[in-house]
Structures are given as structure tokens and as C-alpha cells.
Write a protein that binds this ligand. Structure first.
Ligand code: PMV
Length: 335
């Protein structure tokens, strides 16, 4: 199955439409997985081996995309004020993605993406970037797609982008179809106003190995990977229960254990993959110590050395005292 086939299935007749507006501006928030997506069953259209569940990063951390029909004969992309060259790896990936959405190759676009999340540092920058881009195409072409359809299209850019179309807790169901039409993010109907995420940046630089390559290597070489789907299935049930019953302890324990298991599968890949730096370990140990002393504080970690701390508003001041450098986000503050 090719990406263009999926686009065809989602858009149908709408694909032949011409832009209906000169410009569109959209925003999508980043997301952090509490139960991770690690491994694809289809690498071309980003179908996951398992389902996953995330919480969005609220109104402060995400991407704003301004898409404008260009009067020049070439597309242009500016990311955080910097022009992206089409010959760069990111430029090529983006061009391939943009091309999926235009039947008429005469039409060119100026794309301006402003991201408040460090790029490629394992902080979900690609998720909100691709999600906001798809939402901008939806506006400019006036496709009027629903969130499931937008999520499927965003997934073609990056798997985790399928969870950045909606805001709040989002479950991306793996689906079983080969065309992936049942693989999209769905909002979990719950809010948790005092839920906090603290971004602990340990190293904001670009990751040394892409999550795409790292997850594929894990799937093909790690002897621990066969246990991952079972772990995910148990963790998803626990997380659904924790969210429904506002059981923070259950949520924190499940999310932290899920992240550690994902990193353990990577470590057991060959050649081994590790995003963990010594400072990451130090921060983990500090969290474990604080927890032994009674603080309800947990963490999760993605494809980068940084940690996302999980805690409730009542503990925000204490957490900030121990980690003065964290950026505290409140995912449900203004939803
Ligand atoms: O969507 P990708 O290809 O950037 O992969 C995301 C992988 C993790 O962030 C590590 C896990 C997740 O579920 O977001």
C-alpha cells in the first residue's frame, strides 16, 4: 500500500479540488505518549504494531502552520524563521508529504511552521508539525474532513502525528486493516484539570538516530520485542482505568514502567540503541528518591534523552523546587 493510495481513499473526489482560500493558519499541540508506539507493522504508511495512548501538551507547546498559495513557481518552507533546503533530509521528507496533497503540480505553497518545541529532540516536534500541516491543507482546500480522517493523513507524515489532531487524552488504535483506514487517533472523553507535565530538557540537540530507524532495528533484532505487545495491552487497560477513575498513582506507575520497557527493548537491539545519557539516569534516580520520600512524581521518556515529569497541580511547587529548570505544562488548562 502506498501513501498516495491512502490519500486517495481518504479524499475521494475531494482530491481534485483547487485551493478555496489564499491562506490557512492552524495550530496543533504536541503530545507525549503514556503508552508508547514502538514498532511498525507497515513502514510505508506508518501502521503500528500496537495501539498507544498520549496526552497533548496543551496550548503552549505545539506548532502553528501558515500555508499560503504561492505566486512563485517553487514551494518554500520556513521552520522557526529558517529556510528549509529541499535537498536536506527533512526538506525531502516534507516535499514528499506536500506532494501527496496536490493533484495539480502547478500549484505551489509557501509554508511557515513555527514550533515551540525543540526540533528532533524526541519531544514530539514532528507530531504537531505534520498534524498542523494536514489541518492547514484541510482548510485551504476546504475538504471538511473529520478528526479521524485528518489523523490518518497526519499519520502518513509521522506515526505519532495521528495523536496530535485532537487535544487531551488520545488513543491511537493500531487497527487491523492493511490499508490502515481503522488506524487513527481517538479522543478519550475525559479531562483532568490538575494534571501536569514538566519538560525536563537534558539535551535539546538533535537525536543521533531517528525513531523510525531505531524502532525498526528493535523490531527486527531485539529478543525482548516479542513481549512488547502484551505489555502494551496491559498498560493500555490500566491507563484507561486510571484516566476514568482519576487514579494518578496507577497512571504514573503505568506510564513510567511503559517508557522504561520501551527503552529496555531498544537496549537489547543490535547494534544497541540508547537515548539515555548519564544526566537522564541522574534525573531518574532523583525522581525515584523523591518518590521514596513520598512525592507523587513519575516520568516518561521518548526517543531522546529528555524526561517528561508527570505530577498533579498540588505537587507543582515542590516539583519545581527540586527541578527549577522544568517547564510546567497543563494539558487541560484551557481545553
Ligand atoms: O512518530 P515518530 O516516528 O516520531 O515516533 C514516535 C516514537 C515515540 O515518541 C518514542 C513514542 C510515541 O508513542 O510517541
Amino acid at each position: 500500500m502506498k501513501k498516495s493510495d491512502v490519500v486517495h481513499m481518504v479524499l475521494g473526489d475531494k482530491q481534485a479540488k483547487l485551493p478555496r482560500r489564499e491562506t490557512a493558519k492552524t495550530w496543533a499541540s504536541g503530545n507525549v505518549a503514556l503508552c508508547k508506539y514502538w514498532g511498525k507493522r507497515d513502514q510505508e504508511i506508518n501502521l503500528p504494531v500496537t495501539s498507544s495512548l498520549s496526552v497533548s501538551l496543551g496550548v503552549e507547546k505545539g506548532a502553528t502552520t501558515t500555508l499560503t498559495v504561492s505566486h512563485r513557481s517553487q514551494d518554500s518552507v520556513i521552520l522557526n524563521g529558517q529556510k528549509i533546503e529541499w535537498t536536506s533530509a527533512f526538506g525531502k521528507r516534507l516535499l514528499q508529504f506536500i506532494n501527496l496533497f496536490r493533484e495539480d503540480t502547478q500549484i505551489c505553497f509557501d509554508i511557515d511552521i513555527q514550533s515551540t518545541i525543540p526540533i528532533a529532540a524526541g519531544l514530539a516536534s514532528s507530531a504537531c508539525g505534520f498534524a498542523s500541516l494536514v489541518m492547514a491543507f484541510n482548510q485551504i482546500y476546504d475538504w471538511k474532513l473529520n478528526e479521524s480522517a485528518l489523523s490518518i493523513l497526519a499519520r502518513l507524515g509521522s506515526g505519532s502525528a495521528s495523536r496530535s489532531v485532537s487535544q487531551g487524552f488520545v488513543e491511537w488504535r493500531a487497527g487491523i486493516r492493511r490499508d490502515g483506514m481503522d488506524s487513527y487517533g481517538e479522543l478519550v472523553p475525559a479531562t483532568w484539570p490538575d494534571f501536569c507535565v514538566g519538560l525536563l530538557i537534558i539535551d535539546g540537540g538533535e537525536k543521533h538516530i531517528s525513531s523510525r530507524e531505531a524502532m525498526q532495528r528493535t523490531v527486527t533484532t531485539s529478543s525482548l520485542y516479542s513481549a512488547w505487545p502484551m505489555k502494551v495491552s496491559r498498560d493500555l487497560s490500566a491507563l484507561r482505568k486510571a484516566i476514568e477513575e482519576k487514579d494518578f498513582l496507577l497512571l504514573g506507575e503505568t506510564a513510567e514502567s511503559n517508557a522504561l520497557t520501551m527503552h529496555a527493548t531498544m537496549l537489547s537491539a543490535w547494534p544497541p540503541v540508547s537515548y539515555i545519557l548519564s544526566k537522564t539516569i541522574e534525573a531518574m534516580q532523583k525522581i525515584w528518591r523523591l518518590r521514596d520520600e513520598g512525592l507523587s512524581l513519575f516520568f516518561t521518556q521518548d526517543a531522546g534523552p529528555n524526561l517528561k515529569l508527570l505530577f498533579l497541580e498540588k505537587d507543582a511547587k515542590t516539583v519545581q523546587t527540586h527541578f527549577p529548570e522544568i517547564d510546567i505544562l497543563r494539558p487541560f488548562a484551557r481545553i
